[in-house]
Design a binder for this molecule. Structure first.
Ligand SMILES: Nc1ncnc2c1ncn2[C@@H]1O[C@H](COP(=O)(O)OP(=O)(O)OP(=O)(O)O)[C@@H](O)[C@H]1O
Length: 280
């Protein structure tokens, strides 16, 4: 039975039009709304395809053979896409491709969707200023989007996605062009967004293990595991070829396990583990 408080994917399979092989095979997964879900996997595992389905781009804008069921709370990408679309911000792998191309300045680009929604001017200015501050674009507001660096473009794409305050944020590899400091700041910032369900594809396994409530692990189009980062990283199989966080590598090499025989995957867990060792 559908649960209005969770994301649930039930026996989802998908094949792109004109292809004979399925990209996603019988995927079933759940997670609570308002949590952070990291989607990880090997090369061409189907992570982007899953994001497109969650955002409703498949099947509403890209065709193919889709079976199974997807619910994001009360809404479904196949049955209630207009309503879901209104509540969803999506950041594509290629940030430039999601900009309007019509705005002269970064400020206008961020304001674009708000203008289309008929939001009042004072509110638009307030939100643009706030989002630019959060994403460190304040100094770029009067520049042309065409003049931005790759990392700044990614931040602009994120700004345009969050300025409408979506309840669901789907981020497909949003930090690939950011420098390490910008990336860490971005991941930290995700944890302070309230009342938002965040689904994020990323190869930055260290950062994901710091912030994600759950990980979904895709290998060759199959969901091979889901759970907390602690569970999923400790249950990796070598032939899946998934990178592990540095904390985990260090803890394994030093044999610093948590009481449960699991090795820590983030700094807090490592701290707890070292504290327990010193106090026994
Ligand atoms: N628009 C499309 N039409 C046909 N096939 C596609 C399309 N987009 C992706 N594919 C194929 O689907 C498979 C999964 O691709 P997808 O981009 O979803 O995986 P991914 O895990 O995000 O990949 P990456 O590791 O490159 O980020 C690949 O074989 C890819 O070639």
């Amino acid at each position: 039975m559908a649960n209005n408080q969770q994301i649930s994917i039930n026996d989802l399979s998908f094949t792109y039009r004109h292809d004979s092989n399925a990209v996603l095979h019988h995927i079933s997964a759940t997670a609570p709304l308002n949590s952070i879900i990291g989607i990880i996997g090997n090369h061409h595992a189907g992570k982007t395809t899953l994001c497109r389905i969650l955002a409703g781009i498949i099947p509403n804008m890209m065709a193919g053979d889709l079976s199974g069921d997807v619910q994001l709370g009360p809404l479904s990408p196949t049955q209630n896409w207009p309503a879901l679309n209104q509540q969803t911000g999506f950041v594509l792998q290629d940030p430039a491709s999601q900009l309007s191309g019509l705005a002269d300045t970064v400020a206008d680009e961020i304001a674009f969707d708000l203008l289309n929604h008929g939001v009042a001017n004072t509110e638009i200015q307030h939100r643009v200023t706030e989002v630019a501050r959060q994403l460190q674009l304040t100094g770029q507001l009067q520049r042309s989007p065409n003049s931005l660096s790759g990392g700044q473009l990614q931040r602009l794409a994120i700004a345009t996605a969050i300025v409408t305050k979506p309840a669901i944020l789907i981020l497909d590899d949003p930090t690939s062009e950011m420098d390490p400091q910008g990336r860490t700041e971005f991941f930290n910032w995700l944890t302070i967004i309230e009342k938002t369900t965040i689904l994020i594809v990323s190869n930055e396994i260290d950062d994901l293990c710091e912030i994600a409530d759950r990980l979904w692990l895709l290998v060759d189009g199959e969901l091979v595991n889901q759970g907390t980062p602690l569970e999923v990283i400790n249950q990796l199989k070598p032939d899946w070829q998934i990178g592990t966080p540095q904390v985990y590598q260090l803890a394994r090499s030093m044999n610093w396990s948590l009481g449960t025989d699991l090795f820590p995957v983030n700094v807090n867990q490592l701290r707890g583990c070292l504290h327990d060792r010193h106090s026994t």
